[in-house]
Design a protein around this ligand. Structure first.
Ligand SMILES: *Cc1c(COP(=O)(O)O)cnc(C)c1O
Length: 393
């Protein structure tokens, strides 16, 4: 039986997979069972920050696997402590809680907001205001936080205590937050699953100012936008605001599972002993991977991300079959004239793996994708945009 057949028989059918089995790779290239090579413009959905099987990343984790692969949170381990220190030094945040995924990092932030709101303002102050078109995860609570109805269907009742407001309408959001006695406002600065849509700068600064004045926590979900993806270490840094809580995951450990919730000054003591926990959170191998990734996200790399971003924007602007380009850094959405799924299928046929987000082709290449590899992928994607558009008309 082929792997596809076994998978179809035994894996719960939650993913509509492409008929391709990836067996190996290096950097921004992956290879399937037939030996066909693809340029990877998705990075496992923004996870493999420095590509597949990167040498430096491998070295960092292999040495730790030979020492201690896991220890419970009852004891101290060095990688976990050093990673928390590095995250705080790089952001100015004060404390970190480690988990294993984006949804868990958000759960940790939401629990913290409820505890803070209740203790500081009273037991009615538990609601978290999120944005329409947002995405915060798949658990029952992070689904409730996700401002997209179609994810909610079939799973009600969801966790109460969430309302959503429109992005880029600060007055309406502020009114909602006051009406519901909000404990927190939670945003993605660039809505990823929602179609790679950056929030407007005025909106983010107004919301941040409101939160500060009213002691409502500002939570920024940097699960997809974080760790260099936007051209800054975290996307909120493009907006000149200071969140109270930052959550991140995906690209942080370059391909191993990790979630991190970062707490600013105001909430640095929100949790006490026993208030939260995780068996795997802070795993030393994952922490070593993340330390290695963060050590490489320096000004040079970020400049390079911005340069490559500009290149991609320039190439797709006014290209045939392309209506618009959105995003920031190496998180880019291409609104195509033809259906995005058809363009992605064509790209795959021609050796490039791309993602979709809503009605867009979404690109999340490795942060260190070589310029010539990026150029080749851009050529193939542009050709696909034009060809599929022509066939459609
Ligand atoms: C992917 C994503 C999540 C969920 O992360 P998981 O690791 O899949 O739980 C949450 N928020 C945003 C913005 C994401 O892109």
């Amino acid at each position: 039986m082929s792997i596809k057949n076994i998978d179809d028989l035994y894996i719960m059918g939650t993913y509509k997979r492409f008929p391709v089995e990836i067996v190996s790779g290096k950097g921004s290239k992956v290879v399937d069972t037939a030996g066909k090579e693809y340029i990877d413009m998705g990075s496992g959905i923004g996870v493999t920050s420095f590509g597949i099987a990167d040498d430096e990343w491998q070295k960092a984790i292999i040495s730790q696997i030979g020492k201690v692969q896991h220890m419970s949170n009852l004891y101290y381990t060095e990688p976990c402590a050093l990673l928390a220190e590095k995250l705080c030094q790089m952001t100015g945040m004060k404390k970190v809680f480690f988990s294993n995924s984006g949804a868990e990092a958000n759960e940790c932030a939401i629990k913290a907001a409820r505890k803070y709101g209740c203790e500081k303002h009273g037991e009615d102050y538990y609601t978290v205001v999120t944005l329409n078109n947002s995405f915060h995860g798949r658990t029952i609570t992070t689904l409730a936080a996700t401002g997209q109805e179609h994810y909610h269907e079939l799973f009600r009742p969801l966790t109460p205590g969430f309302v959503s407001a429109d992005a880029d309408d600060a007055a309406a959001l502020i009114k909602t937050a006051l009406d519901v006695k909000a404990a927190a406002v939670m945003i993605e600065c660039i809505q990823g699953e929602g179609g790679v849509v950056p929030l407007k700068k005025d909106f983010v600064t107004e919301v941040a100012a409101f939160c500060k004045e009213n002691d409502v926590l500002l939570i920024v979900d940097e699960v997809q936008t974080g760790n260099g993806r936007s051209g800054k270490l975290y996307s909120y840094m493009n907006y000149g605001v200071t969140p109270d809580i930052v959550t991140t995951a995906k690209g942080l450990a370059g391909g191993l599972p990790i979630g991190a919730t970062l707490f600013g000054e105001k909430v640095q003591s929100v949790y006490g002993y026993g208030d939260h926990g995780s068996t795997f959170g802070g795993n030393p191998v994952c922490a070593c991977a993340a330390l290695s990734i963060l050590s490489r996200i320096d000004d040079n790399l970020l400049e390079d991300v911005k340069k490559k971003s500009q290149y991609v924007f320039d190439e797709f602007k006014n290209a045939e079959g392309v209506e618009a380009v959105s995003g920031m850094g190496l998180m880019i959405g291409i609104k195509t004239t033809a259906p995005a799924a058809q363009v992605v299928a064509k790209c795959m046929e021609n050796g490039v793996l791309c993602l979709t987000a809503k009605d867009k082709v979404r690109l999340l290449p490795a942060l260190n994708i070589p310029s010539e590899v990026l150029a080749k992928a851009v050529d193939i994607i542009k050709t696909a945009c034009a060809e599929v558009a022509q066939n459609e008309s």
